[in-house]
Design a protein around this ligand. Structure first.
Ligand SMILES: [Zn+2]
Length: 282
């Protein structure tokens, strides 16, 4: 019996190792594997694997607040660049900034825009190049409503930061060109790396191209589709003056995020000034 027990233990350990290895390898899938569906990007796994860690992503520990002890200095003034590789994590003022990643999406982006309009809130949209190319009308709608644009790479490659600076530059430029094809003169002041998988190279290239690398302060993990109430609860519990809130208007089923906005927007605007990140920030 003891031998059987040892065998069971060994098999269990091996299975566990294989499982952990499999999980750790998931982000390394080629971009083409994770974007062809148009539904799930690499930092937004299917809901049957919600806890998959992503390298360099603060979300690897689940819902979290980045820079918990660095979001505000002792004087109460938010510090701005305490994210990975000096990326921006807060608005730098007392204003709260909502950010919407991975769109534009024909199903969800119009709903988000309508709700923001209703509550007189301007936000920041981190758009994916191929989606901007597919939906230039939605890029125009974002800009027409006064929101700020952010480049979120061509096809949401979480490993982009590991590529050569030339490859990174080409990807970011292609994305900005797709955005500008829709809105020729709109500023694109920010870049956000998919998965939060920043590297020194991607930060440098973004800055070279005149975009501020933008991380976040509060992540309700809406991409795990925990439901509107939990998304809203996470945001409203953790937000502080200057918080940059990470939300998604594309990349999967985002109805929970849209529904959460019905709760988030009135509550946030009663407590904070909620605004788009300024264009032209450095
Ligand atoms: Zn994303």
């Amino acid at each position: 019996m003891r031998a059987v027990g040892i065998v069971v233990l060994i098999v269990t350990a091996l299975l566990g190792t294989a499982y952990a290895l499999g999980r750790s390898l998931v982000p390394d899938r080629p971009a083409s594997d994770v974007t062809t569906s148009g539904q799930h990007y690499a930092d937004q796994p299917p809901t049957d694997d919600p806890d998959r860690p992503t390298p360099g992503d603060d979300r690897s520990t689940g819902p979290a607040v980045a820079g918990q002890d660095g979001g505000a200095s002792p004087s109460g003034t938010p510090t701005k660049t305490d994210g990975p590789y000096g990326t921006q994590t807060t608005s730098g003022t007392s204003q709260v900034a909502l950010t919407f990643d991975d769109g534009p999406d024909p199903q969800y982006t119009p709903q988000v825009l309508a709700l923001l309009r209703e509550h007189h809130v301007r936000a920041t949209f981190c758009v994916v190049g191929e989606n901007a190319q597919s939906h230039p009308d939605l890029v125009r709608a974002i800009v027409a409503d006064g929101h700020t644009l952010c480049n979120h790479s061509w096809n949401h490659d979480v490993t982009l930061g590991q590529q050569s600076p030339e490859t990174i530059r080409a990807d970011l430029l292609r994305t900005s060109e797709a955005i500008r094809a829709a809105v020729p003169n709109a500023p694109i002041a920010y870049y956000r790396q998919p998965g939060g998988a920043w590297t020194g190279s991607v930060v440098s290239v973004a800055r070279e191209l005149g975009m501020t690398p933008l991380h976040w302060t509060v992540d309700p993990a809406d991409w795990e589709t925990p439901g509107a109430d939990r998304i809203a609860g996470m945001v409203l519990t953790n937000v502080e003056p200057g918080s940059v809130v990470l939300l998604h208007d594309a990349g999967g089923d985002r109805q929970g995020t849209v529904d959460a906005l019905y709760e988030i927007l009135p509550a946030l605007t009663s407590r904070f000034k909620v605004a788009a990140l300024p264009n032209g920030a450095t």
